[in-house]
Write a protein that binds this ligand. Structure first.
Ligand SMILES: Nc1ncnc2c1ncn2[C@@H]1O[C@H](COP(=O)(O)OP(=O)(O)OP(=O)(O)O)[C@@H](O)[C@H]1O
Ligand SMILES: [Mg+2]
Length: 225
């Protein structure tokens, strides 16, 4: 459904995690086709490295809201320079090779994320006391050209969905700037955001297919029962 409107940028937050493998392959095929043929930009949020290797030209690895490593997907995952990248790669079963990346023209970037930080106030522990603030996203920068796909990877709670919400202007960063087709998203009114909204689509994370790090394991397990 998100693709029917022919968006310029599609943000997929674990779009296929809850699906069976056949359906997953079909959806990934469709997304690949849209990136190649319609020069759509794809920001793919996932913790499935197999999917990511198959799909993304470039990869950004997050941990506790911070960028650990970023670059060409194949080189980053085969080089495994950063210990955290190695840990993620070893934890995933297999990493298939990917066909050659999409050619990127010299057009202006589709999406620019510049030094984005998001702090959430800590939980109130008593009338006058609060737990320290949570830094969900810590100084993250990335950029994407039209017709390119970029993967955002990291363990649960590392800030992937929070960053996606800020790109969609559903949440405001504490600091930093986000530009879509060269125009700032941050600090705009709803009316000013309309044209950008039309050209951005999102597949939200399936709340049942993924675990919310803020919930107790007991509740997560009990929910579908
Ligand atoms: N509205 C909020 N208020 C307070 N803390 C929040 C809020 N939203 C997210 N957080 C915290 O920010 C951090 C990042 O959460 P986020 O949902 O972005 O992670 P994620 O990488 O998408 O994880 P997952 O892979 O499980 O989807 C977590 O520690 C989370 O508890
Ligand atoms: Mg998430």
């Amino acid at each position: 459904i998100a693709c029917a409107l022919k968006p310029k940028l599609l943000i997929g937050d674990e779009p296929t995690t809850a699906l069976d493998v056949v359906l997953q392959a079909q959806i990934l095929d469709l997304l690949r086709h849209l990136v190649a043929e319609s020069r759509m930009g794809l920001l793919l949020i996932s913790h499935d490295l197999a999917v990511v290797t198959e799909m993304a030209d470039r990869i950004t690895i997050l941990r506790h809201g911070e960028v650990m490593e970023a670059g060409d997907t194949a080189r980053t995952l085969s080089g495994q320079l950063h210990p955290y990248t190695r840990q993620l790669a070893q934890a995933s079963m297999h990493v298939p090779a990917r066909a050659k990346p999409h050619l990127v023209g010299t057009d202006q970037p589709l999406l620019q994320v510049e030094g984005i930080t998001r702090d959430y106030p800590g939980r109130r522990t008593s009338l006058f006391r609060r737990a320290p603030a949570i830094r969900a996203v810590d100084d993250v920068s990335l950029s994407m050209a039209p017709g390119q796909s970029v993967a955002l990877v990291g363990r649960s709670g590392c800030g992937k969905s929070t960053l996606a919400r800020m790109i969609l202007a559903l949440d405001r960063p504490s600091s930093g700037a986000i530009r879509f087709r060269g125009e700032a998203i941050t600090g705009k009114s709803e009316a000013e955001l309309k044209p950008a909204r039309r050209d951005m689509q999102v597949v939200f994370q399936d709340p049942y297919g993924s675990f919310d790090p803020r919930q107790k394991v007991e509740k997560l397990v009990a929910e579908p029962l």
